[in-house]
Design a protein around this ligand. Sequence first.
Ligand SMILES: Cc1cc2nc3c(=O)[nH]c(=O)nc-3n(C[C@H](O)[C@H](O)[C@H](O)COP(=O)(O)OP(=O)(O)OC[C@H]3O[C@@H](n4cnc5c(N)ncnc54)[C@H](O)[C@@H]3O)c2cc1C
Length: 425
Amino acid sequence: MTLARLLHERGHEVRVFEKEKETGGLCRSRTGDGFTFDTGGSHVIFSRDEAVLSFMHRVLGENREVRGRQTKIFYKGRYVKYPFENGLSDLPKEDLFLCISEFVKALIAAEKGELPPPKNFREWMEQTFGKGIAESYLIPYNEKIWKIPPEEMSCHWVEGRIPRPPVEDVIRSAIGIETEGYTHQSVFSYPRLGGIEALVEAIAEPVREFITTDAPVTSVKRERGGFLVRAGGEEINADRVVSTLPLPALLPCLEDVPAGVREACRGLRSTALLAVCIGLRGQVPPYSWVYVPSPEIGLFNRVSFPSNYSPAVAPEGHASILAEITCMREDPLFSAPDGEIVSHVLGGLAKMGILDDPEKVVSTAVERSPFAYVVYDLGFLEKIAVVRGFCESRGIHLVGRFSQFEYLNMDGVIRSAMDFVERTR
Ligand SMILES: Cc1cc2nc3c(=O)[nH]c(=O)nc-3n(C[C@H](O)[C@H](O)[C@H](O)COP(=O)(O)OP(=O)(O)OC[C@H]3O[C@@H](n4cnc5c(N)ncnc54)[C@H](O)[C@@H]3O)c2cc1C
């Protein structure tokens, strides 16, 4: 949507084809029983990129609530401040000792030059945070979200995304002096009305008439120096094609894809998402969201409280909870009956002390997103280079989370669109 808008503003003629009946992709929101939920999991607006952040704020205008992040990790029955390394004093004493001593050992080893470059994500976590923090929180949490062991994951993507904690902050947090980590997200915003989809709607507003929904792209062919695109029963000629659809959905639309490229694309891993939406009478804890590393509590890795982002997403006297479960698309869990998934989550929320009485629940829904998170396994860089190289050779540009096949948040996707437009004359 950003791409279409910016190209349109520069005088280009654009057409957008969306497979679903509604636009928005992972940033769709749905309202039912008076509750608005983000169907692709809980989304909030934040960025280190000033230009992108101000673009998002400008398009939303008055429709924006601002919140200070109140985020926790549910650990051994306690609500520990997030990020974990900034919440060490909330831990039981023995765990605190283990985390600090292992952090110091890792630091000394690094200073002495004893640490070889990490070969995988597990080694990176152990070397950066020490085995205490890694084994108590980071490893179980990451196993839960990515669905592959961290030793099978690459660590090329973590620098900058998971910040290295300054030693002073770790010591301060251990002795109970307040510190903040991940500060570019410590204040975030959210649409007052309409859920996160309101942001996409606001971006799309000037280009609505050029968008066709219920129109899956089925074929993209080179023709007379340009492209012939077939989508939803329509055929159009285009000078350029930018794909924002997932690579595994793009490749079948192309002709004569070499077997090696198809195989590389098949090997790109990603998870699907179940977003479990719960509306209830009464209150929820005052948190923005809570990470849940422990498998004993439930399959969900995160629980958020959308009614704490904006009072307008739940009816008066009510509140909302959104639990996120990742799984592989082919996992039977992805198509398990809604009732089973909801009761599993309600059981977990009871263990966390969030829901004391199931009678308070007035609305439930389960939303499924087939493409949710890119998983960076050890072969990722090789496989993606093959697929990108092929798309480039066909003159197709890639912009977007599953089109670039990168762990991009909304700001990263908008940045890619802005950069593309900047390069396009
Ligand atoms: C659980 C979760 C939480 C997140 N939280 C945040 C957050 O707090 N803040 C943040 O900034 N970002 C967040 N993100 C990331 C954010 O959702 C993505 O960065 C963003 O939505 C990606 O946009 P996109 O347009 O690239 O891709 P998508 O939203 O995946 O859109 C791709 C579109 O392509 C369409 N499509 C597929 N096949 C075809 C076809 N053949 N023809 C036509 N159309 C097709 C799909 O229907 C879809 O609409 C989160 C993501 C997840 C999974």
